[in-house]
Design a protein around this ligand. Sequence first.
Ligand code: HEC
Ligand code: HEC
Ligand code: HEC
Ligand code: HEC
Length: 106
Amino acid sequence: MKKLLTLCVTLILVSSVATVVIATTNGPPEIKFTPKMGTVTLDHTAHQALTDCATCHHTGEYAQCKSCHGVDPNAPAAKVAFHNLCKDCHKEMNKGPSKCKECHVK
Ligand code: HEC
Ligand code: HEC
Ligand code: HEC
Ligand code: HEC
């Protein structure tokens, strides 16, 4: 089920990118992660106004994070990478959620 969902989301993303390449270079306005722990919603547009693209897209490309995290042995596991990136910034800026259930909503 999770795989199917991921596949659907991927297909939607791929097809929307393929149809309007220029208009979608900023990617989707909202990104949802759906781990068992509970859905995490990233307001992509709002975060783009807070920091540089490269803070998150650290490779300089806009590839899916999990194309490396969880695959490339040199890349930390996706859970570790996301938690470090997201939570650390929220703590640093003293803004944004850092408690589990503020991010993971069932
Ligand atoms: C707070 C972190 C963050 C910032 C800042 C950010 N993004 Fe993203 N972006 C993400 C995440 C997370 C994804 C989802 C990647 C995935 O599905 O693995 C994503 C997805 C994308 C995608 C779609 C990639 C795909 O193939 O699905 C594009 C394009 C993109 N971002 C462009 C940008 C641009 C351009 C900027 C700067 C103007 C930016 N992003 C800023 C976190 C961020
Ligand atoms: C092309 C492969 C690749 C892609 C795509 C990629 N990463 Fe990474 N990432 C790595 C590798 C390899 C490392 C470890 C070496 C380094 O720090 O550069 C890393 C390190 C990190 C770290 C530091 C982890 C720590 O130790 O604290 C974070 C955070 C991170 N990635 C988040 C992301 C996010 C979020 C995305 C998607 C928006 C993403 N990465 C996309 C390969 C990738
Ligand atoms: C550059 C720092 C930074 C990074 C990196 C970052 N955030 Fe945030 N985030 C913020 C700030 C600042 C706020 C508070 C914005 C506000 O209150 O206006 C926030 C707010 C949020 C909120 C609450 C939004 C709301 O409507 O209340 C969520 C959820 C969130 N971030 C998820 C994430 C996730 C998931 C990631 C990692 C993929 C992430 N953030 C990465 C700085 C960051
Ligand atoms: C700032 C937002 C944020 C906070 C706070 C947060 N998480 Fe996460 N968590 C994420 C994101 C984003 C992912 C990546 C989801 C994915 O891989 O699809 C994730 C992934 C996970 C996963 C892996 C799920 C899987 O199926 O691979 C677990 C388990 C988890 N978190 C537990 C926790 C716990 C426990 C806490 C509190 C101590 C917590 N998280 C706090 C954003 C957050």
